[in-house]
Design a protein around this ligand. Structure first.
Ligand SMILES: NC(=O)c1ccc[n+]([C@@H]2O[C@H](COP(=O)([O-])OP(=O)(O)OC[C@H]3O[C@@H](n4cnc5c(N)ncnc54)[C@H](O)[C@@H]3O)[C@@H](O)[C@H]2O)c1
Length: 351
């Protein structure tokens, strides 16, 4: 068998989520973490040393490197597209964590630049790789659940004021793009829209609960939603819930109900379709690497999505979660903000 290419990856950003990406990359047989870049040198140094990569403090120094094929971008949300565009212009494939960026203008420019330069653009919404969410979605998309009646998500999380004070970008419109919805709830906005086949209208309220005194953005959001199939639902997200609780997804169709909590199916009652045996473990797609079995689900789910981007490059196809897919959740969040601001329901696509 011909030796497969090993893809060199540069990780841009060495903050909270970066080690999960580094571990995921290390688990893939056809990927190598070449460099770790952060504008804070001590962060780049520490993560690079841990994974045997080179530290770097200015990503522009990596743009001309022939041993780097992919830029994996995990910096402040409002800087994702800017760095992705620079990478694409230098022929690098681009992988970006959620949210892909925080404005549609930036996302569209990113998609266009990647297409114009013939590079792949993939995004990370790791919950799409969890068997529980895949099984629930399949029950809806296959019609097993029947005509959908109601589909809700509730993300009742907690973040302290210290969390928002800890990094200058958190809780700002410019760099975080929003609060409980754009940063945290977006995981479940994406799952809900992916499961239901898209949203066409929202009507929303957002607020800052008394708990957080120094943030610009919302820490509680409530939206009524009309999906593309005309069924209804709710999106609720908060970072001000006492102690924080696990997120939930509730799917009600004419032939059944499915509830998920965190990444587990907690209720499955579907006519003629029993609950899948094990919906807990995530395995990387098609890779026979035994180490994958030992990875934490979050790392394995990231590895699955990174592996898909590399497979997309090899096979000359789009990644499963490409720029247009990742744009959808951001558009819904922005529609919710607009609805709350203007005090009216807002239709998608946004103009
Ligand atoms: N998929 C997930 O579950 C998940 C979880 C957490 C965070 N995230 C996303 O990852 C991104 C980062 O979040 P975080 O919690 O790791 O934040 P963080 O603040 O801990 O880390 C971001 C890092 O980026 C660095 N940085 C900023 N601008 C840079 C630049 N121009 N070049 C190089 N480095 C730069 C900062 O110095 C910081 O160390 C956000 O977009 C967030 O939404 C995703």
């Amino acid at each position: 068998m011909m030796a497969r290419k090993t893809y060199g990856i540069a990780l841009i950003g060495a903050g909270v989520i970066a080690p999960t990406h580094a571990e995921a990359i290390a688990s893939l047989p056809n990927a190598r973490l070449v460099a770790v870049c952060d504008v804070v040198p001590s962060k780049a140094d520490a993560l690079a040393a841990r994974f045997g990569a080179e530290p770097c403090y200015d990503y522009r120094e990596l743009l001309m490197r022939k041993d780097i094929d992919v830029f994996d971008i995990v910096v402040w949300s409002g800087r994702h597209a800017e760095i992705g565009i620079d990478a694409a212009r230098h022929g690098k494939h681009v992988l970006i964590t959620k949210p892909i960026d925080v404005t549609l203008e930036a996302i569209d420019a990113l998609i266009e630049t990647c297409e114009a330069n013939g590079v792949k653009l993939g995004a990370i919404h790791q919950f799409r790789s969890y068997p529980s969410y895949i099984a629930a979605r399949e029950a809806v998309r296959s019609g097993a659940l029947g005509k959908m009646v109601l589909a809700n998500t509730f993300v009742p999380w907690f973040r302290s004021q210290e969390y928002y004070d800890g990094d200058e970008w958190r809780g700002t419109w410019r760099w975080d793009g929003g609060g409980a919805l754009m940063n945290q709830g977006i995981h479940y906005v994406d799952l809900l829209q992916w499961t239901m086949g898209g949203v066409k209208e929202v009507c929303a309220y957002v607020a800052i609960a008394r708990h957080h005194q120094r943030i610009e953005v919302e820490d509680v959001a409530v939206a009524a939603v009309r999906f593309n199939d005309d069924s209804l639902g709710c999106i609720e997200a908060s970072t001000a819930i006492y102690k924080g609780l696990p997120a939930r997804l509730e799917l009600h169709g004419e032939r059944g109900n499915i509830f998920l909590q965190a990444d587990r199916i907690v209720h499955w009652d579907v006519e003629g379709l029993s609950q899948p045996e094990d919906a807990g473990e995530v395995s990387t797609s098609g890779e026979a690497d035994p180490r994958a079995a030992l990875l934490k689900p979050a790392v394995a789910a990231h590895a699955d999505q990174i592996a898909d981007l590399l497979a997309a490059v090899e096979e000359g196809r789009q990644p499963k979660l490409d720029g247009r897919q990742a744009r959808k959740a951001v558009e819904i969040v922005l529609a919710i903000y607009r609805s709350a601001r203007e005090g009216r329901s807002v239709s998608l696509p946004l103009r």
